[in-house]
Design a protein around this ligand. Structure first.
Ligand code: ADP
Ligand code: MG
Length: 225
């Protein structure tokens, strides 16, 4: 079986105002299906850049990147979009919920985009909200929910299409540390129960746990695992 993620010598450069920024300087990384991985490092170390490459949102400047055995650079933009839609769920720092939709409608959205019937989408979304303990909040709009509740809606939304990879870029950065711990352990529960691969980034050392894999990023390089 292929590893889910296989990177060899991955680099990423950005140019701004004529100067070159080396965001990633040679990343070798293999992640197996079902792993729970945290990418930890200070601001500017390259976490977002790395997660955007893993999520096929951006492409590397050099190196080899196989996603589930497929060379990413060989895919067209449409094929990459297809890969993201079919296989990857995203969770963001700012939750990114649609403000005018209820919690339930937010979670239904990815299913409806795929043409799944209203009734079926509603049933599946309700089940996901129940898993994140938000059954009593289905009709609430995001502005009537706490930060932790909004992030739980976002987790339900990321999982509703049964992706095999969930990428969460600093999902706890806007939360107090107690709520942040709860969000990490909820993601961990989902990883255990559903075998979904999770990759999340954080700069908060208090969220790191000895039971899962830690990748320490510093200045565009993996410093240690
Ligand atoms: N779109 C971009 N254009 C130019 N520089 C960027 C861009 N994105 C990130 N960088 C730079 O790349 C480096 C790594 O950034 P980033 O991946 O966002 O780190 P982190 O998520 O760990 O804070 C930083 O020096 C940052 O300024
Ligand atoms: Mg970042």
């Amino acid at each position: 079986m292929h590893p889910l993620i296989h990177m060899i010598g991955i680099t990423k450069q950005y140019t701004i105002g004529g100067s070159l920024i080396h965001a990633l300087k040679g990343i070798d990384l293999t992640i197996q299906k079902g792993e729970f991985v945290s990418v930890w490092g200070p601001s500017g170390s390259g976490k977002t850049t790395l997660l955007n490459l893993i999520g096929a949102i951006d492409t590397p400047s050099s190196g080899q990147f196989l996603f589930n055995g497929t060379e990413i650079v060989s895919l067209s933009d449409n094929q990459k979009a297809e890969l993201r839609n079919q296989s990857i769920g995203f969770i963001f720092q700012q939750f990114n919920l649609v403000p005018v939709l209820s919690a339930l409608e937010n979670v239904m959205l990815p299913l409806q985009i795929r043409g799944i019937s209203h009734a079926e989408a509603k049933k599946t979304a309700a089940k996901r909200l129940d898993q994140v303990e938000l059954s009593s909040f289905v009709t609430h709009r995001p502005d009537k929910l706490s930060g932790g509740q909004q992030q739980r809606v976002a987790i339900a939304r990321a999982l509703v299409t049964n992706p095999y990879l969930v990428i969460a870029d600093e999902p706890t950065a806007n939360l107090d540390s107690k709520t942040a711990m709860k969000i990490v352990s909820l993601m961990r529960d989902m990883n255990r129960k559903e075998k979904t691969t999770f990759i999340f980034s954080t700069h908060d050392q208090r969220l790191l746990d000895s039971v899962y894999r830690l990748i320490h990023l510093e200045d565009g390089l993996i410093r240690e695992e």
